[in-house]
Design a protein around this ligand. Structure first.
Ligand SMILES: Cc1cc2nc3c(=O)[nH]c(=O)nc-3n(C[C@H](O)[C@H](O)[C@H](O)COP(=O)(O)OP(=O)(O)OC[C@H]3O[C@@H](n4cnc5c(N)ncnc54)[C@H](O)[C@@H]3O)c2cc1C
Length: 378
């Protein structure tokens, strides 16, 4: 792109170069749309660099079956999506989808959770493949499991990836599809004739017909002047990783997984501390102690790295996809499970952004439930 010209042009602008923005840009470019993607510098908050790498179904949408359907639609698309990424970029994201666990240290919590999943299964017409495993059954699947573990729920649709390779692959894929990358912070999105003018720090102005704010924790600042509420907040998660070890864990759980390169990843906390992504000894110690109760061999493993990152959390924890009622053509998209939903964002959401609701409706998903109209003004 020629940054010396005063006003550049594309049909779509995506603001935000995390996984959500890149997946949307990839899907739009694959449909033949001209797309420019603005992203702030590397010192920005970026959950896409600090996440746990789960493509996770269980537990999602217990209080909103439409979210469970959306999550499952994405999980079902993931294999094909991962293959496409590898074919186009040569980067493997190391997807495995052989099921995953929630592990419980007490029977009461295990059965309470199983009850919640039974209700969700009913709401989904009986199609929700999970099993409750007692201690002996989980020990058979995971010989390293500790004696304090009461049992686990195995959901057969859960899986995981290598999140850093995925981030590399998706940014590479958007480049190959011709998305124009502009590494500048957007300071304002101004409604204009036939669309919007994107104002960015030191990069002149850019005109587009449609703009999608997918800039994580930066969405509220840009979105509110466009009439959006954007009820999201940061929530810190801390994650630990051990030295590389031989294969010891068969399937991931929502707290512990062995990554394709051998390290055991342990996470993630959920802390309401505002815009603070630092690590703390106290939480690191809690995460490690919990992990050792589940897998005692971890007592002897060396931790090599830990980090904190900020989730983008809506008021009710579910995604928000909204077009501006004041300025049609302006949208925002936000969620706290952008890895799980990546395939849906690349394969299904772009049709909606192009005005075609039928692709998502065919999946049996009542998409309007994701609008921000579900939140009261406050
Ligand atoms: C600890 C942790 C564990 C997680 N584990 C999982 C998991 O296992 N599975 C899962 O599905 N999800 C997981 N997540 C959530 C997942 O990482 C996020 O949903 C996802 O990364 C969100 O991507 P995003 O693109 O919306 O936001 P981000 O990754 O935060 O990216 C936002 C981008 O917008 C840019 N930006 C912001 N403001 C502006 C502006 N004004 N102009 C230009 N650019 C701007 C920033 O530079 C940044 O690149 C986890 C998150 C955390 C923190």
């Amino acid at each position: 792109m020629d940054l010396s010209s005063n006003v550049s042009e594309s049909e779509f602008v995506v603001v935000g170069g995390g996984v959500v923005g890149n997946c949307i840009a990839m899907g739009l470019a694959a449909k033949g749309k001209s797309v420019a993607l603005f992203d702030e510098a590397d010192n920005a908050f970026r959950a896409s660099r600090g996440n746990f790498g789960l493509v996770w179904v269980q537990g999602k949408g217990a209080a909103m079956p439409t979210y469970a359907r959306w999550t499952r639609a994405s999980a079902h698309l993931w294999k094909d999506f991962a293959d496409e990424l590898t074919q186009s970029t040569g980067i493997s994201v190391s997807l495995t989808q052989r099921g995953g666990y929630s592990i419980f240290l007490d029977e009461a919590s295990l059965h309470q959770r199983a009850g919640v999943y039974e209700q969700l299964k009913n709401a989904l017409g009986g199609d929700y493949p999970f099993e409750v495993l007692g201690h002996n059954a989980i020990k058979k699947e995971e010989p390293q499991i500790g004696s304090q573990v009461a049992g686990a729920i195995l959901h057969h649709e859960d899986g995981h990836i290598n999140p850093l390779n995925f981030y590399r692959a998706i940014t590479n894929a958007t480049g190959r599809l011709g998305v124009t990358k502009i590494t500048r912070r957007v300071s304002k999105v101004a409604p204009a004739a036939n669309g919007f003018i994107i104002h960015s720090d030191n990069a002149g102005s850019h005109h587009c017909s449609k703009v999608i704010l997918a800039c994580g924790l930066g969405t509220a600042e840009l979105g509110r002047p466009l009439g959006f509420k954007v009820p999201v907040r940061p929530q810190r998660g801390q994650v630990l990783i051990t030295e590389k070890l031989p294969p010891l864990i068969n399937r991931p759980s929502d707290e512990i997984r062995q990554v394709n390169e051998g390290g055991i990843q342990i996470g993630a906390s959920a802390e309401e501390v505002g815009f603070d992504d630092s690590e703390t000894i106290e939480t690191t110690a809690q995460l490690a102690a919990n992990a050792i109760r589940q897998y005692p061999f971890l007592e002897k493993a060396q931790l090599v790295r830990s980090w904190g990152a900020l989730r983008i959390m809506s008021q009710d924890g579910f995604p928000i996809y909204q077009q501006s009622t004041l300025y049609p053509g302006a949208y925002y998209a936000t969620c706290h499970s952008g890895i799980t939903l990546a395939a849906a964002h690349a394969r299904l959401l772009p049709d909606w952004l192009c005005g075609d609701n039928s692709t998502i409706a065919k999946q049996g998903i009542a998409f309007s439930e994701f609008s921000e109209g579900r939140f009261n003004d406050s």
